[in-house]
Design a protein around this ligand. Structure first.
Ligand SMILES: Cc1ncc(C[n+]2csc(CCOP(=O)(O)OP(=O)(O)O)c2C)c(N)n1
Ligand SMILES: [Mg+2]
Length: 1087
């Protein structure tokens, strides 16, 4: 279909005055009707589409023949006489039949090759049903007008499928347009199709410029009445591209065709799907919306639906009554969101889904928790009481027994507002009688930011369950109309949807489209026609539905769930609704939307409308309606009474990712070893340095061979560089059964071409070898995946991934650390504060290439100051010195920030992420020049069993032997150490200057720094950093040094480094070198 369409579109400009319909006729008939058109088409070499016209002798009776084709046919006939194979098979057949004496009109045979459609093509027979039968024709002449009219009907059908949604009655208020466009598509006006040669734009043409006019003047069907009445009763054969016919209906009067198309595409559902590049998928959708009776619901279904609407509305009404001025972001006007979600869940459960992970914004969230997740109402109501948390653990009481008692982990949090908290519930789905797990992921106010988190969490759950087709776990994302179209993260999340290492095999998106964003009208908040247009990027079908038609909503939700289960691709349900109140319960909407709200005030609620409809239909009685309402009211009241008796809330009731079994029975202050036996190091090192075992068949690049050889030599000499250290950390964790996932832009090779975790066969496409996946037969799986070029989306995804299983090392690497700030929201809203707000831990690792190497403002700094500023450690408190000093610090911090200077330390800190009895995000500033620095290597001795991560690497050279005579101690972090060391040597100052590296900046190693300062009583203390003074770690370490020195000392730490700057680094290489030289000179000045 796509090809045919593009072909027609491509030809159009070549044929003056041609319309797509005319061209289609041309294509089908196989000859050009005038000579001016023939030349360019012949030049395009598309004569293969031609079907055989008859020989000249039977001109009068053969419908195909006309004067203009006779020369062409004659040539063909002569050619056939010489060699039958020289002409198309259809000509061959035609000439044979004619020569054998077939009567006029009987020699034609449908061309055999034409009817074989490609994957995305519509069979040519579908375009003209008369051609569907092959073999000798019926003998009836085919009138060109009949073909034209059939093609016109075909085009009309297609127009409804393509553009019908623009005309659908989607807005319950009847004042707005879901697509912000008041015009009527010309394709939906019959005069465009030249029935009886009515030229477009005449009085008979259906002229509309305003939808309002359309609503006032004409219900949908009236449009067809404006068309030529006599055409309405003509019967047309239905093409294969429509399902509007009942099983025995192969042809219908035009009036009926239009009526059924109106019903399918222009009532309360607008189906947007014809942009999808799959005929199979388009047909699947057509079938579900066009089949007569497809949308009907039985009485039981209607009653269930009414009960659900009643609960949704009843919940909001109850809250409004009990807490009149509390913000709850009410769902009134879009109550159908609740039955919609329940339908999606029911249908998905029926189709085999066992676990659903949801992400949603503020609107209707409490209602979703109550009525979709069925979270006990009293737990929700206690959130309104502003109670303290019972399990908000006091660190003073931190002991094992207490923790086990609570069966949650040690936590001192600040909590979050009620409409942000997550939850996790396992329950029986009453409709399907199957168990289902529902999780609503906690989210910040930042709209849509939770989307990639949900996807990552879903993907991880699928991965751990071996659900490679996404049959058991799925995600649902809810959106507001303004946020869905306005926030870029929505796009970033969509682009992950079909990537092999990121897909969740289809997400169902539901937009609570209340046609307003806070106070902003959609006409000012988006440039796209629909608020859902972003979804078109991934070929997701979009079902717009008038949310005041509960049965239409049900239908699209069922279809959405079936779509996801069938094709495992994203789908969008756009609930076009309204917002009965202001943005929140204390806002006045009349200030800004007076007309809209005057209309809203007159609107009956969907519950009232639907119950009236069902009473009318005799499906329910008035008493039954009242009864359902009262029963729910009673349930709410009882829960309210219970909630009032509660004196505390429990955080564990609001966890979205409970790690059952992870914390229980663990000493929260005991860490396991991070060192590894030498044999393991060797084994991993060797495997990592080898091509695949069947190396003969696998052609490795010469450069890679060199790298592998160099690695092998290092292993033999018991040394590691950065890449080898990392591989050993990953490999040893894999050996221990820990899944490792490394994701980010170009991580497989590594931005700096140092990693090479995927070897590419040089002569065979897509043939790769991943050494770390082939270390041990029983190892955990290793995933290394290049991501889309996104930070916000991918970091969010990995964070979500890390939330599912604490026994996994999930790392996200930025291309250069500089780019992390396009994901700043994930860092601020989730990584830095997630545990505090939502009692949720994550051991995610951020690898941020960092260092001033003269590469300019944007390839230099990963902005350590930004992360350090977000650390929750008190600069003025020297923690109590106990045996568990280091681990208690780790436990108490919100995140760990490190700048390792040796591969061994990098190895240990990665392993420590898993060795810790709890999980904390780890930010590592990773090096660039150190990746190949001859000195930045470690020995196996620093990685074996008895070794561990070193928070500080003190001076161990000659200066440390006679500390009294040391005149200066330089404290630094990261790669500047190697530059300082070299400069010290060049200046002959090894005896007088000690250089100490701080490897873990936060939590700050107060104890070790204090000891190091004390060790050199006569030395001045310098902090040397390569970042500018208003950047780097300076402002973080300065007050902590003061605390480490316990403020009693006369000694002070002073700063050496670049001055303040607005930009992180100069763009001039010369200037960079000058600054770097100056920095070293300043570091050793006065000696
Ligand atoms: C990223 C972000 N920017 C701004 C806001 C402030 N804000 C809160 S709700 C809202 C309007 C949201 O409109 P919509 O997405 O249509 O949802 P609705 O409230 O209408 O359900 C805005 C702008 C926010 N929460 N997050
Ligand atoms: Mg909105």
């Amino acid at each position: 279909m796509y090809r045919t369409r593009s072909l027609v579109a491509g030809l159009l400009p070549l044929l003056p005055g041609a319309t797509p319909e005319r061209l289609a006729v041309w294509l089908v008939k196989g000859y050009v009707q005038n000579s001016s058109a023939r030349a360019p088409l012949a030049a395009l070499n598309i004569r293969q589409y031609s079907a055989a016209p008859p020989p000249p002798t039977q001109a009068a009776a053969e419908p195909f023949l006309n004067g203009s084709s006779s020369v062409y046919v004659e040539e063909m006939y002569n050619s056939w006489l010489q060699d039958p194979k020289s002409v198309h098979a259809s000509w061959d057949s035609f000439f044979r039949n004619a020569s054998a004496g077939a009567g006029p009109g009987q020699a034609y045979q449908a061309p055999p090759s034409l009817a074989v459609p490609g994957k995305h093509e519509i069979p040519i027979t579908a375009l003209v049903p008369q051609f569907a039968t092959s073999g000798v024709s019926t003998g009836l002449p085919i009138d060109e007008k009949i073909i034209d009219d059939h093609l016109a009907v075909q085009a009309i059908i297609r127009s409804y499928q393509t553009r019908g949604h623009h005309m659908a009655d989607l807005d319950p208020l009847g004042i707005n347009l879901a697509d912000l466009d008041a015009s009527v598509a010309p394709e939906l006006q019959l005069s465009s199709y030249h029935f009886d040669n009515i030229p477009p734009g005449t009085d008979n043409d259906f002229q509309l410029s305003k939808k309002q006019t359309y609503y006032e003047l004409a219900p949908p069907l009236a449009r067809s009445l404006l068309w030529q009445e006599k055409d309405m009763d003509r019967v047309f054969k239905l093409p294969a591209t429509t399902y509007i016919g009942k099983p025995d209906e192969r042809a219908l009067p035009l009036r009926e065709i239009l009526s059924r198309l109106e019903a399918a595409y222009c009532r309360h559902i607008g189906v947007e799907f014809m942009f999808i590049n799959s005929l199979e998928q388009c047909n699947w959708i057509r079938k579900r919306f066009e089949t007569p009776g497809a949308m009907s619901l039985d009485a039981e279904g209607k009653r269930l639906l009414l009960a659900r609407v009643t609960r949704a509305a009843g919940f909001e009404a109850f809250l409004a009554r009990k807490w009149t001025s509390e913000k709850r972001f009410g769902l009134e006007g879009c109550e159908m969101l609740i039955p919609a979600m329940k339908t999606i869940i029911d249908k998905s459960s029926e189709l085999g889904v066992e676990s659903i992970i949801m992400g949603m914004p503020h609107r209707g969230r409490l209602n979703v928790l109550a009525n979709v997740c069925r979270k006990p109402l009293e737990q929700i109501f206690t959130q309104f009481a502003g109670l303290e948390a019972a399990d908000d653990v006091n660190p003073e009481r931190c002991n094992l027994i207490y923790l086990i008692e609570l069966s949650i982990f040690l936590f001192k949090g600040s909590g979050d507002v009620k409409y942000h908290l997550g939850t996790y519930i396992e329950r029986l789905n009453r409709v399907t009688n199957k168990n289902i797990r529902l999780a609503v992921v906690a989210n910040p106010s930042h709209l849509e930011a939770v989307d990639p988190i949900v996807q990552g969490k879903t993907r991880a759950e699928q991965f751990y369950k071996g659900d490679s087709e996404g049959k058991k776990t799925m995600s649902i994302l809810l959106h507001g109309d303004a946020a869905f179209s306005g926030q870029g993260i929505v796009y970033e999340t969509f682009t992950l949807s079909d990537l092999p290492d990121y897909t969740t095999r289809g997400t169902i998106h539901v937009v609570a489209n209340n046609q307003i964003g806070f106070t902003t009208d959609p006409r000012h908040s988006r440039s796209s026609p629909y608020c859902t247009d972003v979804a078109r990027v991934v070929n997701a079908p979009i079902f717009h539905v008038n949310a005041d038609d509960p049965e239409a909503v049900m239908h699209v939700c069922k279809v959405a769930a079936e779509w996801r289960a069938t094709f495992h691709k994203d789908v969008v349900v756009d609930l076009v609704s309204y917002r009965r109140g202001g943005h929140n319960e204390i806002d006045e909407p009349m200030f800004t939307q007076p007309l809209m709200y005057s209309k809203i005030r007159k609107m009956k609620s969907v519950m009232d409308k639907y119950s009236a409809k069902l009473i009318d239909e005799g499906v329910v009685t008035k008493e039954e309606v009242e009864d359902v309402r009262n029963k729910y009211e009673k349930i709410c009241e009882e829960a309210y009474v219970k909630a009032q008796k509660e004196t505390q809330i429990r955080y564990k009731d609001w966890l979205d990712s409970p790690w059952s079994g992870f914390f229980e029975g663990k000493n929260p202050l005991k860490m396991s070893n991070t060192g590894v036996i030498e044999e393991t190091l060797k084994h991993i090192g060797k495997r990592f340095s080898s091509a695949p075992p069947n190396a003969a068949g696998f052609v490795v690049h010469k450069g890679i061979e060199r790298i592998l050889r160099a690695r092998m030599e290092m292993v033999e000499t018991r040394t590691v560089d950065w890449a080898l250290g990392e591989a050993m950390a990953f490999g040893s964790l894999l050996k221990e059964g820990i899944h490792v996932r490394l994701s980010g832009q170009d991580v497989e090779r590594g931005t700096f071409s140092h990693r090479h975790h995927v070897l590419h066969h040089q002569t065979s496409d897509k043939s790769t070898y991943k050494p770390l996946c082939n270390l041990y037969p029983d190892q955990a799986p290793y995933t290394v995946c290049n991501s889309s070029l996104s930070e916000f989306g991918v970091l969010g995804f990995e964070l979500g991934y890390s939330m599912t299983n604490p026994n996994a090392l999930v790392c996200w690497e930025a291309q250069f650390g500089d780019f992390f700030n396009t994901a700043q929201c994930i860092i601020d809203q989730f990584i830095a504060s997630g545990q505090s707000k939502w009692v949720r831990q994550s051991g995610i690792v951020l690898l941020l290439p960092h260092g001033m190497e003269g590469m300019g403002p944007e390839h230099s700094s990963a902005r350590p100051e930004r992360f350090l500023h977000a650390c929750s450690e008190d600069p003025e408190t020297f923690p109590a010195e106990t045996e568990e000093f280091a681990i208690r610090q780790l436990h108490d911090t919100n995140m760990i920030v490190a700048n390792c200077s040796t591969p061994a330390n990098y190895f240990h800190i990665l392993r420590r992420q898993i060795a810790m009895p709890f999980r904390k995000p780890l930010i590592i500033f990773t090096p660039k020049s150190l990746l190949r620095h001859p000195e930045a290597k470690s020995s196996f001795d620093e990685m074996v069993e008895t070794t561990e991560f070193r928070r500080v690497i003190p001076e161990t050279g000659v200066a440390s032997n006679e500390p009294e005579s040391v005149r200066k101690v330089i404290f630094c972090s990261g790669k500047v150490y190697y530059e300082l060391k070299k400069a010290r040597e060049e200046r002959g100052l090894d005896n007088t200057v000690a250089i100490t590296r701080i490897e873990q900046i936060c939590p700050f190693p107060f104890d070790l720094i204090r000891d190091e300062i004390n060790k050199y009583p006569n030395a001045e203390l310098k902090w040397v950093q390569e970042e500018h003074k208003n950047m780097g770690a300076w402002s973080f370490v300065q007050p902590r040094f003061e605390t480490a020195m316990q403020k009693s000392s006369e000694r002070r730490l002073s700063y050496v480094g670049r001055g303040v700057s607005a930009s992180p680094a100069t763009g001039s290489k010369r200037q960079h070198l000058k600054e770097a030289a100056q920095l070293l000179a300043d570091a050793f000045v006065g000696l």
